[in-house]
Design a protein around this ligand. Structure first.
Ligand code: SF4
Length: 225
């Protein structure tokens, strides 16, 4: 396969072709956390760190009946919230993050989850990844959600050479128009789970193989990044 051109225009063209193919392959790609309002998604995203979305959805089904507002979470009795989310792991730290973020929502934003990156980053315990999930799903995207799949695949596809989520986010934003940011992240999660796994990417089954500069590793071979 000839090397891909590295000019910005060529990279943009290739990135757009990749995302269009992935969108066609995974039309159902979406956020797998269940929520009915921004507060739910904020809580679910905090719980999803180092935990499966399926487990989080089981926990939040009950949790969101028990606590209905940011004020409820902010004043949750010590120990009670921890017990309710225990099966999500790291429950003490996650309960602290939920309480603190909800206290900020009540104290500074009149009980409503704010809808801009700057405001979301003012909430204790909320970083860029959580803020980007909120913005992509509930408001106006301000960036790209960079999780482990996005990091790995964006590197393999040659859209970034960085391991730093903030730099990867900037690199992808330079290559893709805003209306593809959300689906780029979701499709990479689906593609990363189904085909482009961390250890053994199934390049021969990959719909973007012709657009990918990553050395076509024989399936089953153990590889790095
Ligand atoms: S060709 Fe291989 S490395 Fe490239 S995106 Fe597809 S599965 Fe991943």
């Amino acid at each position: 396969m000839p090397p891909f051109k590295k000019t910005l225009a060529a990279q943009r063209e290739r990135a757009l072709a990749v995302v269009r193919k992935l969108e066609a392959e995974y039309p159902e790609a979406t956020c797998s956390l269940e929520y009915r309002e921004p507060l739910h998604l904020l809580i679910a995203t905090i719980l999803a760190a180092q935990c499966t979305d399926a487990r989080v959805n089981i926990v939040t089904k009950t949790l969101f009946k028990q606590y209905r507002s940011a004020a409820d979470f902010a004043s949750a009795p010590e120990g009670e919230l921890e017990e309710a989310i225990r099966t999500c792991g790291f429950y003490r730290q996650k309960a602290k993050s939920i309480r603190e973020a909800c206290r900020d929502i009540v104290g500074r934003f009149e009980g409503r989850v704010p809808g801009t990156m700057d405001e979301l980053l003012q909430l204790r315990g909320v970083g860029r990844k959580t803020a980007n999930v909120l913005l992509a799903e509930c408001f106006e995207p301000a960036g790209v959600i960079v999780d482990t799949h996005c990091r790995r695949l964006s590197n393999r596809l040659g859209f970034t050479t960085s391991g730093d989520p903030a730099k990867i986010e900037r690199d992808i934003m330079k290559l893709l128009p805003l209306d593809h940011w959300r689906m780029y992240s979701h499709c990479l999660v689906f593609h990363g789970r189904a085909v482009c796994n961390a250890r053994s990417p199934k390049c021969s089954q990959c719909v973007v193989r012709e657009l990918c500069p990553f050395p076509a590793a024989p399936e089953g071979r153990k590889i790095g990044k």
